[in-house]
Write a protein that binds this ligand. Structure first.
Ligand SMILES: C[S@@+](CC[C@H](N)C(=O)[O-])C[C@H]1O[C@@H](n2cnc3c(N)ncnc32)[C@H](O)[C@@H]1O
Length: 203
């Protein structure tokens, strides 16, 4: 597991990306997936999104390969009086045995050879009619010189073209490249070039 980097980043008491949810996820999911519903975030980090959605009444699972991230997710959930199921696993090796009504991704950046398997897994774990809500940095985060965070290598970025190649057109509810301002703790702050996908599995 290449989780050492993340264990180190999450090693202090501070929450690297804050404790407020990703605003795109927070605005998008409730209109798309009504309660009650089962939701999983892959690469959930320190749990800011997972805990927020648990507070909204979703049954939430948070998966991450950083032990420190999982521990902080549990701590944040306990401090807010909600339950979040946590899975400590590398998403690429993980063998899920059930499905979810929604899959959330918030800046989960994997190397190019790993991404097709991630996209396939997302399609497999979505229940019929279930939704993926996802946001990543796109290549312009580097080429336009945005300083708000994200991986330093171009090949880790995600494009609309790549997403169109892996998610059937009929399910695409929203696919957009936007520049927005991040205010998510010390590591995501300032203008950012992002790509967003909302995709719905067939009924
Ligand atoms: C930029 S952080 C984002 C965390 C969280 N989604 C958020 O928005 O606050 C990326 C997260 O992905 C996790 N991650 C990266 N590769 C992973 C993998 N192969 N399996 C599981 N988690 C992974 C890291 O441990 C880290 O927590």
């Amino acid at each position: 597991m290449k989780s050492d980097f993340w264990d180190q980043r999450f090693g202090s008491d501070a929450y690297a990306y804050g404790v407020a949810p990703n605003t795109f996820l927070a605005e998008t999911l409730p209109a798309l997936v009504p309660l009650p519903a089962d939701v999983i975030e892959l690469g959930a980090g320190e749990g800011r999104n997972a805990v927020f959605f648990a507070e909204q009444g979703y049954r939430v699972t948070a998966l991450d390969y950083s032990r420190a991230g999982i521990e902080k997710t549990q701590r944040l959930a306990a401090s807010r009086g909600v339950a979040v199921e946590t899975i400590h696993a590398d998403v690429l090796r993980w063998r899920p045995e059930r499905r979810w009504d929604a899959v959330l991704l918030s800046f989960l950046h994997l190397p190019p050879p790993a991404r097709p398997a991630l996209y396939r897994k997302i399609r497999e774990i979505l229940a019929p009619g279930g939704a993926l809500v996802a946001e990543w940095f796109r290549p312009e985060q580097i080429t336009e010189g945005h300083k708000s965070g994200g991986p330093p290598r171009l090949e880790m970025m995600v494009t609309e073209e790549e997403l169109r190649a892996h998610f059937p057109e009929a399910g695409i509810r929203r696919l957009e490249s936007v520049t927005r301002t991040l205010d998510e703790g010390a590591h995501h702050a300032g203008s950012a070039a992002v790509v967003r996908l909302v995709w719905q599995a067939p009924e």
